[in-house]
Design a protein around this ligand. Sequence first.
Ligand code: 2IP
Ligand code: CA
Length: 374
Amino acid sequence: MAALLKVLLRVAEKAANVARVCRQEAPLFELLVQEKTGDDKNKKFVQDFKTLADVVIQEMIRHYVGAEFPEMGGFIQGEESNKFENGLGESVVVTVCASETETAALLEAVLDGDSTAAALLAKAIHQDPAAVDTNTGDLSIPHSPSELGIWIDPIDATSQYIEGREMVLEEGHLSPSGLHCALVLIGVYLRSTGEPIMGVINQPFNYKDPSGRWQGKHFWGVSCEGVRACSVSLPESPAEGTGLRAVLSSSEKPAVKKALASLCGPDNVTYASGAGYKILCVILGLADLYVLSEGSTFKWDSCAPHALLRALGGGIVDYTESLGTPEPRGAQLTYHQPRTQNKGADCWANQGGLVAYLDCKALGTAIEALNLKP
Ligand code: 2IP
Ligand code: CA
């Protein structure tokens, strides 16, 4: 298991590198930001390039983890499908091939013969990542890869990734939108119970170095049968009398916004982009709660950061279920069972919404207040 964590840290860094290259290399950047609609749409160019970037990153993670741990092969799932169909009805399955040249040839078919873009992308996929700190200490977890499954979100907060607003992050402060909200999320769960037991979050755009190149940051956590370890330390307890701070989606329902504004005080309710980024804010102690009343997130959004919260003593519960129970902590999200009554991606929606927390007292207080809302 410690070996699995090291592989995930390395492959997440590789993924972050592909995400950075797609913005740094002009031929790829142009494809990334151009919106092709209506008559401009090239029928041979499969879909938006941003979807291709997502798929390429997801398949790269699947390829490398599957090669190291073949027992996990059928249980590595992600947000995107790797089957592309273009306007002419031709379909291409995007995979990572054994060599850079083969991958480039396959991508060229999807990119309608754009060999420059295909070569740049293939190079990034096959390149070894910069050395990443995989020192995770002594971890011994009593599970074999054949008992585990993986959820991948190749780039969460895609809209922020495309928009690309550059922010200088201030230590200890939540920054509601910008490139830093884009995250690579890789979560591991137990196939038998659906508990999230390991998570890696890579933030490809954390800061710019003196040469103007973006540098990333990663976070990891493990929580499984008495073993708890996390790269993030528990934030210091707030001073007595400090109110709770909630982070929400700007599209949250007015009644929920109102209930939390009266609980926390209007200045302590912040709106931020990215489901993964909002949970990361709770992990880092920049917010106490992330409340989402609707089923607009999916297993790939929450699995990785949920594992980090568990490692720190917190969790993520189902919003709807937790409102109806005296023990909200028991309504933890699980990751192994599809909602078979739903179709397509919706099978894997966190249908009842969610509440992410570090401190269960904060969870209890929020649920009480939310139960009273009209
Ligand atoms: C999205 C992304 C959005 C989020 C949505 C996720 O994932 O994180 O930002 O909405 O829930 O599914 P919001 O920002 O309103 O919370 P993706 O970018 O991968 O589609
Ligand atoms: Ca997502």
